[in-house]
Ligand binder design. Structure first.
Ligand code: HEC
Length: 103
């Protein structure tokens, strides 16, 4: 239990934040759900507060190619290779579409 308490707390915070900024009744897409995990490093809605690259405003094509490149190792990375390896092609497309659709 203590081992998982911090990530669980962080995750529920991110989810609560997400839900509170979503219009009532709006459907939460699969891409939005998957993209919650990116907020820890890339900021809420992909607007990075610090050293991580901002994702908001990048095209779906860019994000999809970057994630696949990280996953295959073609694109150098410190953490993104490990992170991207957890997603299928379909999930990567959903994530890319989500970030590209943000205002
Ligand atoms: C643990 C922190 C962390 C998490 C979580 C994370 N990233 Fe990253 N991301 C990075 C870092 C650091 C880089 C710079 C490349 C590297 O060193 O891995 C990066 C780079 C990227 C880039 C390339 C940006 C550019 O302008 O070149 C994309 C796209 C990206 N991340 C997407 C995502 C997506 C989508 C998620 C969620 C599915 C995600 N990241 C989750 C830390 C993270």
């Amino acid at each position: 239990m203590p081992r998982f308490s911090l990530p669980a707390t962080l995750l529920s915070g991110v989810i609560a934040l997400f839900i509170s900024t979503t219009a009532p009744g709006a459907e939460i897409s699969q891409g939005a759900m998957l993209s919650n995990s990116c907020a820890a490093c890339h900021g809420t809605d992909g607007n990075s507060p610090g050293a991580m690259p901002t994702l908001n405003g990048k095209s779906a094509d860019f994000i999809e190619r970057a994630l696949k490149g990280f996953r295959s190792g073609e694109r150098d990375s410190t953490v993104m290779g490990r992170h991207a390896s957890g997603y299928s092609d379909e999930e990567i497309a959903q994530i890319a579409e989500y970030f590209a659709g943000l205002k």
